[in-house]
Write a protein that binds this ligand. Structure first.
Ligand SMILES: [Zn+2]
Ligand SMILES: [Zn+2]
Length: 316
């Protein structure tokens, strides 16, 4: 049996430029009812030993490979990346993947230098098949602002080209101050039971992610397939889960008004739109296409915004 777990995939501590001790980060994550975190300090693994002492919260260890030309999240292997060698990004990425790691592009459209050095993704990756995920929502501004719109467009364009890449929300969590609401998070679909870093890693690798500003939102087909899976072409029924009770458990105080559910496919096209009150959706899935489910509505004073979305399901 599989279950969805709320996680934060991008965190810093005193081992780089964060304000948390590793222990402090873990307890902040627990108090926000998160089930797992990724420890991603800039270019260092020095916090890993402390993270290993944690027995309750799942911690997937990694680094944020931080350079002048972009930030990249490298998770789940002891392989050390030489961040001083940026001569060939495709080789760096491939080498890391071959050593069993996962690669994610952090905040690809953040304002770069001089606001945040290297925060804007300027590398030219040609082998996107080696990239596991992209932060489609990032930082403390998870709504449909310009960088997130661009990141969503980049993710969709790569899906259009046939790459199977998962979306994530990266809070880029540095410190507790000013951190009133858990603005958004990534849910990972994992084997039920005690969550572990290895289970988180498998979920990201298999594309089983969903991003939300609060409500828990995902789907399963009538024949039991979910996000990240491959299905056959033809008519299928999607059973939608929209759980506003779990939203409160991840400690957000925002007010939501759910309006529409959109089934989005190649070319970012909404191929079917239904009211958010609907519990299922019937659709004739086309060969070779990808599909992602999106929840649209209002959040506080922001109207017609993207509240939550799933990773893609793929049609053979
Ligand atoms: Zn960064
Ligand atoms: Zn970061």
């Amino acid at each position: 049996m599989k279950k969805w777990y709320p996680c934060e995939l991008h965190c810093h501590t005193l081992h780089s430029d964060g304000g948390f001790t590793v222990e402090g980060l873990i307890s902040a994550a627990k108090s926000r009812k998160l089930s797992g975190i990724c420890l991603t300090d800039h270019n260092t693994v020095s916090g890993w030993e402390e993270a290993d002492k944690e027995k309750e919260l799942a911690v997937l260890k990694g680094i944020e490979y931080t350079t002048f030309d972009g930030h990249m999240l490298c998770l789940g292997t002891e392989k050390i990346i030489d961040f001083t060698d940026i001569s060939n990004i495709d080789c760096t990425v491939k080498d890391f993947r071959e050593n069993g790691g996962l690669i994610g592009i952090a905040h690809p459209f953040q304002l770069g230098t001089p606001i945040c050095t290297g925060g804007h993704w300027d590398y030219k990756i040609t082998k996107w098949e080696n990239v596991n995920y992209i932060e489609v929502f990032s930082e403390g501004c998870p709504y449909l602002n310009t960088p997130n719109k661009k990141a969503r467009a980049l993710w969709h364009s790569l899906l259009d080209k046939g790459y199977r890449i998962a979306p994530s929300m990266g809070r880029d969590w540095h410190r507790i101050e000013g951190d009133v609401n858990l603005a958004a998070c990534t849910y990972l679909c994992c084997e039920e039971g005690q969550l572990t870093g290895d289970k988180m890693k498998s979920a990201i690798r298999d594309g089983r992610t969903a991003v939300t500003t609060g409500p828990f939102f995902t789907f399963e087909t009538a024949d039991g397939f979910t996000v990240g899976d491959e299905i056959s072409e033809g008519e299928n029924i999607i059973e939608i889960t929209l759980d506003t009770v779990r939203q409160k458990k991840i400690a957000t105080t925002q007010n939501f008004c759910f309006k529409e559910i959109r089934l989005v496919s190649n070319g970012s096209k909404a191929v079917k739109v239904i009211p958010a009150t609907e519990k299922n959706l019937t659709f004739n899935f086309e060969k070779g296409q990808w599909y992602s489910l999106e929840l649209w509505g209002d959040i506080d004073e922001k109207t017609d915004t993207l509240l939550a979305f799933t990773g893609a399901i793929y049609v053979k």
